[in-house]
Design a protein around this ligand. Structure first.
Ligand SMILES: [Zn+2]
Length: 257
């Protein structure tokens, strides 16, 4: 469309089961295929040695992903199958510990997403300390969260003030299902940066996998498709500054529902 600037679109994946061969091969295939030109940001959950996960295989595969596109950090506070933290957990400590472990093994995560969309003021501060771009804020409330559960809300990229400096947030705006529905309609989505996400485990379902590839291919024609590190560089200067309390939702974070 001449004269009409295309809005930016990026894609990230919460890589939950990097050690599961079926999930891993399906995910690596998608990453290398780059449907629609989307360079997927791999937000990988670190190996959980306490739950018997192999760090050696994890590191081999994580390094392969880091060579293919943006590499990020996804935290599960409780266990591989339980993302959100227990009430009394020092949530920032785990993020900082995992961030140091990743860097100690030569990985350089640039983006972060809290498991189960969990975040709080100290987690946002940990992201600032680690120099991450935070993708945990959502445009809309995750429907499955119980009442009062903490999360963060943003509709457009912003610099969020924390006790440890600002963190650039690029909110996650669309689920895999949203992307499939959006691709079937002629109009563009309204948000300034469309940020879709999936889970690597979504790819085990052949129908969902095909639907995703078809949707990304269609969306790739309508949007300026890129990758999240480039998007961050592009929006960093113009992003508005907002206090943490303006994005915090849920009782435990002191924000409104
Ligand atoms: Zn997760």
């Amino acid at each position: 469309m001449p004269g009409t600037a295309k809005p930016y679109a990026v894609l990230s994946c919460h890589v939950e089961r990097i050690l599961d061969d079926r999930v891993w091969h399906a995910y690596l295939e998608l990453v290398r295929r780059r449907p629609g030109g989307f360079v997927v940001a791999s937000l990988v959950r670190p190996a959980d040695a306490a739950h018997g996960e192999s760090e050696r295989v994890w590191l081999e595969r994580a390094r392969l992903l880091a060579a293919e596109g943006p590499f990020g950090h996804h935290t599960h506070w409780t266990s591989p199958d339980h993302a959100r933290p227990a009430d009394d957990e020092d949530t920032a400590a785990r993020v900082l510990r995992e961030g140091a472990w990743l860097r100690g093994h030569g990985l350089e995560p640039t983006v972060f997403c809290g498991g189960g969309w969990y975040t709080d003021a100290s987690v946002a501060g940990a992201c600032a300390l680690l120099g991450y771009v935070d993708c945990t804020p959502r445009m809309a409330r995750p429907t499955y969260l119980p009442e009062g559960a903490p999360w963060a809300q943003l509709g457009a990229p912003a610099r969020v003030e924390t006790a440890h400096g600002d963190v650039l947030a690029i909110p996650t705006t669309r689920s895999l299902g949203d992307l499939v529905r959006a691709a079937a309609r002629p109009s563009r989505l309204p948000e300034p940066v469309v940020h879709g996400y999936l889970h690597d485990t979504d790819l085990l379902d052949a129908r969902r996998r095909r639907a995703l590839v078809v949707a990304l291919t269609a969306l790739g024609r309508r949007y300026a498709v890129g990758e999240i590190d480039g998007c961050a560089a592009r929006v960093a200067e113009s992003a508005v500054r907002v206090p943490w309390q303006a994005v915090a939702r849920g009782r435990a974070s002191g924000g409104e529902e």
